[in-house]
Design a protein around this ligand. Sequence first.
Ligand SMILES: [Zn+2]
Length: 387
Amino acid sequence: MSVNYAAGLSPFPHKGRCGMKEVHDPDEEIEVKVQQLASWIRESRHFVVITGAGISTSCGIPDFRGPQGVWTKEQRGEEVKFGVTFEEARPSQTHMALVAMERKGFLKHVISQNVDGLHLRSGFPRDRLSELHGDMFVEDCEHCHTQYIRTNIVPTMALKPTGQTCTQTKKRGNRCRGRLRDTILDWEDALPEADAVAAEENCKIADLCLCLGTSLQIVPCGNYPMLTKRNKGKIAIVNLQTTKQDRNAQLRIHAYVDTVLLKVCQELKISIPKWECPCVVVNSIHASPFREKLPKIIVDETLLERKLTWSDFDAETEIKTETVAERKSESETESSMKTEIKSETKPVKSGSPENRPPTRSIDSNEAHSQENGRVITNICKKQKLSA
Ligand SMILES: [Zn+2]
């Protein structure tokens, strides 16, 4: 299937500001800003990252509002061409840098608006990842909400039945047999509750929020950095175009995200692991409160055969950083990564109207209001896709 998943969703006329001019900082300026960012990451207690389509353009997946973006081209009446399928796309340097930063204990949570599945396929742990708009490789049981992470993309979009049924066993030994649905949100769908709550909670306690490759035009995600600001935390943004939160950011880097993340990892003296094949990691080696709130997750066997061995990666890092602290948890991690996890908590249910998770929409003054520090989105308003 082509990567133009947007074509499979309902038509929607208002797609935000598209095709804005790109700005590139001079090299010397990038160096100074990267050092500042690395220093903040090193000093941070709770560092979170928000990602958008801009981190996947180097993987061959077009963004939405960049000069060659899907919506930009649509407005010009031009056809969008796609070079890769979702299955063929390889994680970028940025995806792998985030894996490394999480592994080494710097990064606590990633909030993604992308549906391309590249965070999961890069090996970023599911229990430290909020996928706000769904994932092309994930099916969800409409009865028990077990999630299945697949090797290939799911054939439907907009939360439709995929034709598969749930294979999980219920308490009395009967098969669940619930219909499986895709997880890709259409314009009016509510955000997945557990992922949205984890995103909000992490931003609220963060002292550093780094936004990568997103114009932050989609709410509620575009407002999450403000939760960090309210916590007296810093906002840093790496994006070639202007964003909705530029005026609130302490640091703006106009450069390619891959360039910046590579330099940041060099400053932090951590190696970026090489990606060789899709591999899914359910549990981080670090603690994650989100783990308890996740539904049961089943991963296709092929995705658990990891070509990259973390012991190699850590050994390499150890030489460079001359630390040994991280390696001792290796053996216990290996076993947990190869098996499915089961949450002790109940499956996520759709909430009542008053606590229903927000839907996504284009940021506008009418679209949302702030109440008790929580971003409340007008759930009646039609949604917007992408970042
Ligand atoms: Zn089920």
